[in-house]
Design a binder for this molecule. Structure first.
Ligand SMILES: Nc1ncnc2c1ncn2[C@@H]1O[C@H](COP(=O)(O)OP(=O)(O)O)[C@@H](O)[C@H]1O
Ligand SMILES: [Mg+2]
Length: 272
């Protein structure tokens, strides 16, 4: 089991329960999309899974360990096996793209190699390969603070691909990327997870992307799981209920309506 959540809650200091007694199990190699309206608790849940936040109640198993019962060294080792892509990747100003990607393996490299890589990139070819999967290899030596939000997100994904973690967590990884490229990037994440049998948990704003790429969809609302189903069993009524608080329709890329084909399987709109 990659992830085991047993009545996990997280209350922020103001007492608001952003995640409320969530239980679920995610097996090794599973690919799960988390969808839900803004404020549902998607980011909080992913940060709990990444061991960046400590649950206020409940127990959590990550890659076979309870992170909050480990000593510091073992916890650091566990974290090096987890790859998290933030919605707005935290990258030091003036850092070059190549260095940002290579930083993915800092937790695995001996200290001397990590230090060296800050001064002189030790594996330019490896970084370039991951960037080309994100169609951004031309930015290899660009400074990160000169990139757009969407380009930075793609660097964040390239970094996690380079890291080769056992658990990939991504928080709205393509929220600033245009639809055709979003499809490509979410596809690459899925291909990576399949090829290496690693677990992938991604929160996504665009429901069409989630339904198209992921075999398991978790609908999160007000910190609780509303449904946990394969995409074919996620009905329009469930989606409407999930997004009831958002006055507009179910969010998709470009706000194009979900296309319902005769089999009942919803398809994402096609982008050329
Ligand atoms: N640092 C924080 N302090 C207090 N409340 C927070 C904090 N971060 C998020 N929240 C609240 O927790 C809830 C869940 O937020 P979040 O996990 O960011 O949801 P989502 O990613 O689905 O939009 C929201 O109501 C949000 O306002
Ligand atoms: Mg969020």
């Amino acid at each position: 089991m990659s992830l085991k959540l047993d009545r996990i809650s997280l209350a922020y200091p103001n007492g608001y329960p952003a995640v409320n007694a969530v239980s679920c199990e995610i097996g090794r190699g599973e690919r799960v999309a988390i969808i839900g309206p803004s404020g549902a608790g998607k980011t909080t849940l992913l940060r709990l899974l990444a061991t960046a936040l400590r649950p206020s109640a409940g127990s959590l198993g990550v890659l076979g360990a309870d992170p909050w019962r480990l000593d510091r060294v073992t916890l650091r080792q566990l974290r090096s096996r987890i790859g998290m892509v933030h919605q707005a990747p935290p990258i030091p100003p003036r850092q070059r793209v190549v260095t940002a990607v290579l930083a993915g393996r800092l937790g695995q490299w001996p200290a001397w190699k990590g230090l060296l890589s800050l001064v002189y990139p030790v594996d330019i070819g490896g970084a370039e390969q991951m960037l080309s999967r994100m169609e951004i290899a031309d930015k290899l030596f660009e400074r990160c603070d000169r990139l757009s939000g969407g380009q930075l997100q793609r660097v964040g994904v390239a970094r996690v691909l380079y890291q080769q973690p056992e658990l990939i967590l991504t928080d709205e990884p393509v929220s600033a990327v245009d639809p055709a490229l979003s499809d490509r990037i979410v596809g690459e994440l899925n291909r990576e997870a399949i090829a290496r049998s690693v677990t992938l948990v991604a929160s996504l704003h665009a429901v069409d992307l989630a339904l198209h790429w992921f075999p398991r969809i978790i609908g999160l609302r007000a910190g609780e799981i509303l449904f946990d189903l394969p995409p074919v069993r996620v009905s329009d009524a469930m989606l409407k209920e999930l997004y009831a608080s958002e006055s507009a329709q179910v969010p998709t890329q470009d706000n194009r309506p979900l296309e319902i084909v005769p089999t009942g399987i919803r398809r994402k709109p096609m982008y050329s």
